[in-house]
Design a protein around this ligand. Structure first.
Ligand code: HEC
Ligand code: HEC
Ligand code: HEC
Ligand code: HEC
Ligand code: HEC
Length: 413
């Protein structure tokens, strides 16, 4: 149990003793959240703002600042869906969403209202998923869904270094947890309470070849580099904190495409083989509107578009009236599930009329993360609330791969 750490020797103040006593009660987290009393010290002291770490960890800070994690309570889709959730469920304070988007609320349940005000302002001063929200996690309970984090709120940070240099700001303690996928899964799983009706968010990632070969989430999403961990310290192995995913470098290794075209007189056939190299579902179906589009486009004479067809890989949720919804928090069942499962090989066959009067055709296959979709009211609200309107990144498709070939059409003119 990592609770009795060297840090206790270092700072044996009363607050620590109380914290340890309450942890020892081991209440299940649902009760803890409702009954839990916020610590006496102000939230900004217990969870120092990431700006405080910037002073010594400039590189890490700049990478994190560019990452999605740093925007976990900022985007217009988040603001609008949080409001929808609060308006349509009994969780008026949105605590369920803060569980992962601003987990300090787990320790400070009476601060949910403060976060809501901050989020409504569109320019929150509090961190959602900042340095402290990750590095103060001392333990994760895998028996809860999603795995529940325990925070230790003193001046100890946890990490994966065996031999960190000492510094005046904090104690450093190594925990194996920080080198395990489990650490990430604590937030990258289905909404709490929904595990009974929804298939696993990540899919059978533990069974993937990648995981079995010892590659954890960090090895792809926090790629190892060599450099300074803290300003001016010696170079050593470091971990990239820009969390590449939908954006960033890892995308290039997401899927392999193979395309075979056969012209059969009047009709032509394209067989697309998609080999996912990702050891979890693609896309991950939270938020619920996430979907990957596969598009076939055929260009005929003078590069004119003569045929296009789109198919989607997604999880479609059914609400209590049986209607499809893009909000996983409204789900009572799954209406459609065809996300690419971990490392799956999928074949798609397309049939279309062979272009006439053309010496050749261009066959173009693209895989993209599709833009946000949902009911008209929701999409319009997001557009209105986004500072950039329709130019917000939520409305932009993100290309994963593109394949293009020119196919001769003999016997046609
Ligand atoms: C405290 C909760 C929490 C933990 C722990 C956590 N994440 Fe995240 N992560 C989030 C949230 C919330 C977002 C989405 C932010 C947003 O866009 O609103 C996110 C976003 C991401 C993204 C970007 C996704 C995209 O669409 O491009 C990646 C990649 C990612 N996390 C990987 C990881 C990895 C790897 C770990 C473990 C080292 C991890 N996360 C641990 C909460 C967490
Ligand atoms: C179990 C942890 C967890 C819970 C609970 C959770 N989220 Fe998320 N959320 C995430 C993670 C992780 C991501 C990033 C997913 C990705 O990119 O694959 C994310 C991404 C999102 C996004 C897209 C990114 C963005 O900021 O625009 C929205 C919107 C969102 N969540 C809304 C909500 C709402 C509303 C709730 C409450 C009903 C909620 N989430 C509850 C973990 C969670
Ligand atoms: C006064 C400078 C200073 C400040 C401020 C500071 N750190 Fe550090 N931190 C260091 C130094 C020095 C190291 C050791 C680096 C090394 O070993 O190369 C370190 C190491 C770490 C490690 C690695 C620990 C391990 O065992 O793996 C983490 C994580 C960390 N800091 C997080 C933080 C966070 C989070 C904050 C803000 C709350 C913060 N630091 C603020 C100087 C600082
Ligand atoms: C072998 C490398 C690899 C490992 C290991 C890996 N991922 Fe990914 N992951 C990817 C790739 C590649 C993508 C990007 C897919 C794309 O852009 O098409 C991705 C995308 C993501 C995304 C954002 C995109 C989405 O589809 O919503 C999140 C969040 C994420 N991974 C989390 C995790 C977590 C959590 C783990 C550990 C359980 C993990 N990943 C393990 C390769 C990996
Ligand atoms: C989503 C969780 C998450 C967030 C947010 C996060 N870290 Fe980390 N950090 C990790 C994990 C996990 C590791 C260990 C990675 C490994 O060893 O593969 C790590 C490693 C480190 C290290 C040692 C390696 C290195 O690259 O220097 C430092 C220092 C550090 N983090 C500081 C910070 C600071 C400062 C912030 C905020 C600007 C921050 N972290 C935000 C999860 C996080």
């Amino acid at each position: 149990m990592p609770k009795l750490l060297p840090s206790l020797r270092w700072i044996l103040g009363l607050p620590v003793v109380i914290a340890v006593a309450s942890l020892a009660l081991g209440l299940p987290h649902a009760e803890t959240l409702a009954a839990k009393k916020s610590p006496d010290k102000p939230l900004e002291k217990a969870f120092p703002h990431s700006q405080k770490c910037k002073r010594c960890h400039l590189r890490v800070f700049e990478e994190w600042e560019a990452s999605a994690q740093s925007r976990s309570i900022i985007s217009a889709p988040f603001r609008v869906s949080l409001e929808r959730y609060r308006a349509t469920t009994s969780d008026k304070e949105g605590s369920m969403c803060f569980r992962c988007h601003a987990p300090s609320v787990l320790e400070y349940p009476d601060h949910a209202g403060v976060f809501i005000k901050e989020i409504e302002s569109g320019d929150p001063k509090l961190d959602g998923v900042g340095c402290a929200q990750c590095h103060l996690i001392s333990e994760v309970d895998p028996n809860q869904h999603p795995p529940h984090p325990t925070y230790q709120l003193d001046r100890t940070v946890f990490g994966s270094y065996k031999n960190p240099e000492e510094n005046l700001a904090h104690q450093s303690v190594q925990l194996p947890l920080y080198s395990q996928s489990q650490f990430c899964v604590t937030c990258h799983e289905n909404l709490p309470g929904f595990e009974k009706i929804l298939p696993k968010l990540l899919g059978a990632w533990e069974e993937s070849k990648t995981q079995k070969a010892g590659k954890n989430c960090q090895s792809c999403h926090m790629p190892e580099e060599f450099g300074e961990s803290a300003n001016g310290e010696r170079n050593r192995k470091i971990a990239n904190h820009s969390f590449p995913g939908r954006f960033g470098k890892v995308r290039a290794d997401a899927v392999k495409l193979e395309v075979e075209t056969e012209v059969k007189g009047q009709t032509s056939e394209v067989k697309v083989t998609i080999q996912s190299l990702v050891p979890h579902n693609l896309p991950l179906p939270h938020p619920g509107w996430s979907r990957v589009e596969i598009d076939l486009t055929i260009l005929g004479k003078n590069l004119r578009k003569v045929y296009t067809e789109q198919r989607y890989y997604e999880r479609v949720f059914g609400d209590k009236d049986g209607n499809p919804t893009v909000f996983d928090f409204e789900a009572v069942k799954v209406l459609k599930e065809n996300v690419l499962t971990p490392e799956e090989k999928r074949v798609e066959n397309f049939t279309f009329p062979t272009p006439k009067d053309a010496p050749s055709m261009d066959v173009i296959v693209t895989l993209t993360y599709a833009p946000i979709h949902g009911d008209e009211e929701f999409v319009k609200e997001v557009e209105q609330r986004a500072a950039l309107g329709k130019k917000d990144r939520a409305f932009k498709p993100v290309q994963i791969v593109r394949f293009k070939e020119n196919v001769k059409l003999t016997g046609q003119e």
